[in-house]
Design a protein around this ligand. Structure first.
Ligand code: 6PG
Length: 472
């Protein structure tokens, strides 16, 4: 192949970079990938489908020289300094108008800084969320690009070709200005954390509480995945229950240490929510649960002191399973609602113009939080694009209200039987506060005015008031 003929370049041929490139090639794009490790380039070439144009190189220069103009280059390298290092190495090789995409899970604040750094140099920098794991990257991920709209137009056909499809609609769309792509992906991951935590709490209720075996859990999750809870995370959880351990022959889930890892996106979601501010307590509870899981040694000591005994659930099995399913549905809607409300507020505050109808549309397929529920959200946002909270949609309200009684019952059982359920409880707590015309914060205002003369407003007249409170 002669010079300057490749359509797209990739920096970093780890699993995600390599699979995305192969996906592009399968859709007729000629692609070239750079990795210092020659073995990765070679393995990329050998994995390519016959008849596709795929090349691996070991220097950035070789890659950039062979790309057609304007060059379209994506990097899939670890978030943080490696992204800045790649930018610095690329800069001398680029021309005005070139498009550089960061497809990793970068912190959106870094993306804003990088966009502003590269703009005066004529380089369009785009932050882009990619969800779906390694399998998704190869067969169709959900893709969340943001940034300069003209730069986006250069890569739009390619992204639409490689994205997952729902019907014939691609699971990718322009997510808004500046770092909107990475912002949307961050919140996607916050919701991902929350749903995973809710599923773990449901598992605990059914396993330690109700005494269901892994085989029975498989059946429950299988049934759930055939109905209104159908989603990627329920589906993989179903499969996890049957997986056997190669070493011991036991169920693998039973020999996995109860200590969760996290790379930061969930934590960022909580931090940014506090900054806006916006309330996302179910996501916060999920982040906290992962943090608490890391205190394994202390938990062992505490358990020896407090000796918590999980009481068996005595409710009728079939009925309880159904109620847990309802509760999961209820709480899952609440964590999407919190994440989407966060995007609404962030879009306004940070001037990103995030189209919420497109966000839920492209989350319907390819991504980790894909679920049949997204169709309901899509309906709601299609009716009203500027919906501050999806709970205000009457259709969604009907879905939530129908499961409220089950949620209260199941949470009561969790409390009474000593089964930790912080994310479930926080979902209900959010619901109870969000749907309250009057909260108990009148007392907070009284306290603030008492000790700090912070003033308060009244329900019966306009203005700001301060009282000299009677002491003792
Ligand atoms: C995705 C995932 C992906 C990654 C998470 C894992 O959408 O494909 O979100 O990006 O698996 O970032 O995050 P933690 O390591 O923080 O759980």
């Amino acid at each position: 192949m002669s010079n300057s003929t490749f359509d797209f370049g990739m920096i970093g041929l780890g699993v995600m970079g390599r699979n995305l490139l192969l996906n592009m090639a399968d859709h007729g794009f000629s692609v070239i990938g750079f990795d210092k490790d020659a073995a990765k380039g070679a393995s990329l070439e050998s994995a390519a489908t016959a008849g596709t144009t795929v090349k691996g190189v070991t220097t950035l220069d070789e890659m950039v020289q062979q790309l057609s103009s304007p060059r379209k280059i994506m990097m899939l390298v670890p978030a943080g300094k490696p992204v800045d290092d790649v930018i610095e190495s690329l800069l001398p090789l680029l021309q005005e108008g070139d498009v550089v995409i960061d497809g990793g899970n970068s912190y959106f604040g870094d993306t804003v800084r990088r966009v502003n750094y590269l703009l005066p140099k004529g380089i369009h920098f785009m932050g882009m969320g990619v969800s779906g794991g390694e399998h998704g990257a190869r067969t169709g991920p959900s893709i969340m690009p943001g940034g300069d709209q003209n730069a986006y137009n250069h890569v739009k056909p390619l992204l639409e070709a490689i994205a997952a499809k729902v019907g014939d609609e691609p699971c990718t769309a322009y997510m808004g200005k500046n770092a909107a792509g990475h912002y949307v992906k961050m919140v996607h991951n916050g919701i991902e954390y929350a749903i995973m935590q809710l599923l773990s709490e449901a598992y605990d209720l059914l396993h330690r509480g109700m005494g269901l075996t892994n085989e029975e859990l498989y059946e429950v999750f299988k049934t759930w995945n055939e109905g209104e809870l159908k989603s990627f995370l329920v589906e993989i959880t179903r499969d996890i229950f049957l997986q056997k351990d190669d070493i011991t022959g036991k169920h693998l889930v039973d020999v996995i240490l109860d200590k969760a890892g996290m790379k930061g996106t969930g934590k960022w979601t909580s931090q940014e929510a506090m900054n806006l501010p916006v309330a996302i307590p179910t996501i916060d509870a999920a982040v906290s649960a992962r943090t608490l899981s890391g205190y394994k040694d202390e938990r062992v000591q505490a358990a020896a002191i407090y000796k918590p005994v999980v009481k068996p659930v005595t409710a009728k099995k079939e009925q309880f399973i159904q109620q847990v399913g309802d509760t999961l549905y209820f709480a899952t809607i609440l964590c999407y609602a919190q994440g989407l409300a966060m995007l609404y507020k962030a879009s306004e505050e940070l001037g990103m113009d995030i189209p919420l109808d497109d966000v839920v549309k492209i989350w319907r397929g390819g991504c980790i939080i894909r679920s049949v529920l997204l169709e309901d959200f899509y309906k709601a946002y299609s009716k009203k694009k500027k919906l501050p909270n999806v709970l205000l949609d009457k259709g969604i309200a009907r879905l939530v209200k129908k499961r409220e009684r089950s949620a209260r019952n199941v949470i009561k059982v969790a409390i009474a039987n000593k089964i930790p359920g912080a994310a479930l409880m926080n979902a209900l707590g959010y619901y109870d506060n969000y749907t309250s015309e009057r909260m108990s914060t009148n007392l907070i205002q009284a306290q603030r005015d008492y000790f700090g003369a912070h003033t308060y407003q009244r329900i019966d007249r306009e203005g700001t008031f301060h009282t000299e409170w009677n002491q003792g």
